[in-house]
Write a protein that binds this ligand. Sequence first.
Ligand SMILES: *[C@@H]1O[C@H](CO)[C@@H](O)[C@H](O)[C@H]1NC(C)=O
Ligand SMILES: *[C@@H]1O[C@H](CO)[C@@H](O)[C@H](O)[C@H]1NC(C)=O
Ligand SMILES: CC(=O)N[C@H]1CO[C@H](CO)[C@@H](O)[C@@H]1O
Length: 480
Amino acid sequence: MHLTLPLLLCLVGVSTVLGRRRRGSGFMYPPKHLLDASHLPPAQWFTQVLDHSEPADTRTWQQKYYTNDSFYKPGGPVFLMICGEGPADPWWVVGAYWVNYARDHNAYMLFLEHRFYGQSYPTEDASVKNLAYLTTEQALADVANFIGGMKESLGFEDNKWIAFGGSYAGALAAWVRLKYPHLIHGSVASSAPVEAEVDFTQYLEVVRDSLATVSEDCNTQIKEAHQQLDLLLVDQTGWDTITTMFKLCSPLNGKNTDDVSNLFTYLTDNVEEVVQYNRYEDKININTICDIMLNGEGDAIDRYADINSMILEEYGELCLDHTYDAMIKELQVTSWEGNEDVGGRLWVYQTCTEYGYYQSSDSPNQPFGDKFPVEFFIKQCADIYGPKFDLSLLEAGVKRTNTIFGGRDLKVTRVVFLNGSIDPWHALGITSDLNPDAPAIYINGTSHCANMSPASPGDPPQLTAAREVVNQLITEWLQE
Ligand SMILES: *[C@@H]1O[C@H](CO)[C@@H](O)[C@H](O)[C@H]1NC(C)=O
Ligand SMILES: *[C@@H]1O[C@H](CO)[C@@H](O)[C@H](O)[C@H]1NC(C)=O
Ligand SMILES: CC(=O)N[C@H]1CO[C@H](CO)[C@@H](O)[C@@H]1O
């Protein structure tokens, strides 16, 4: 489904959670060839409080974390990476770019999984009743309590703590500094969408702008493909054509508007996910997409179908299951056991109650048609979690989130915000300096969380420079 969040930060083949939950693997780090399981640190478990807002509730659960102490020298700082909406993969404490910072500053590295995601289950299942404990405030309080626990068990009483995170967890890294400044000395927030918003229309506009960096014609061709699709939606013959061209698992019924909307989000996902995680060394990147749209065979719609076939093949799928009911059924499963898609249910719950972030087709300034208005996403909230989860609940939740944290008007110091010009999420992020102590770094030509990935020979100089600026800031902060 179409909640390409941010993300993927902690996921191994991600895209499953925020992106296309329906697919098994993604474009995101860590790349499989870099994984050597025998050298990865083991999982550790912290006894965490279930309800931080109720002191009389003594229930606890086990929260997963990883450490890397190889660079630590006594008195050095503690670097804490917060994991977002997916499983914490130990690769992050040995392979991601912040390892270089830890080496430079003799830091102890900790990586904490987010409650409910991965294997950090606070409750027996993900029923709506239990999801009441899935809130940003509880997750931030987990971080604070975890720091307290580590200070005691590792004897880190006087060390300075720096938080890291990307995407949703980038916002968490900024907010944990905001809410617990006595615990967190500074934060590095990558691609952080700090402003909650119900209808995130700018997302597809940035996708358009990013495609335009290759060629404006790329957008023109995608627009043309969507116009041809719209023409085919008028009758049964057209539905059959779409079914065949786009390899649907079951015949399209053009009268079922939910199925049509769902199909169009999936087709748009094909492009937007590539844009969000664009890296030029990837097999499929923005240039691949635009090359097909500009130079492929047949009409625009044929080329658009070729992109769909290429993405299906990349994920090892034989057909595209476009039906709305199938998607909703998957998201209604509450048990942890054998349910790798439960992450989708969790993140969607957070969007329905706290964030919105719906990447709708409501802006006219994008080439993907108009078949998935924000109402389509809000309807999903009610269909998955029950009728109570409607627009007014969501609007109140979004307002509440921005009231608690300040949205883009966040009042923090010693936080650096990184944004990539190609990343659609920058539209909800901090894109100019908040104050001299909370600078923003703009990385022209890079996408979501690019600065967190390991250095690679193909990195543009501005990405390398941004990583160095972060290192200098950490140096300054640690002297303060
Ligand atoms: C910490 O990370 C470094 C760099 O990848 C790695 O060589 C080392 O083995 C890691 N240490 C532990 C304890 O995992
Ligand atoms: C970003 O890079 C593009 C292409 O390299 C260039 O045309 C543009 O001027 C750059 N923008 C900024 C703000 O540096
Ligand atoms: C694309 C984008 O929004 N980039 C912004 C990132 O932040 C800098 C400020 O440091 C802005 O100038 C960019 O416009």
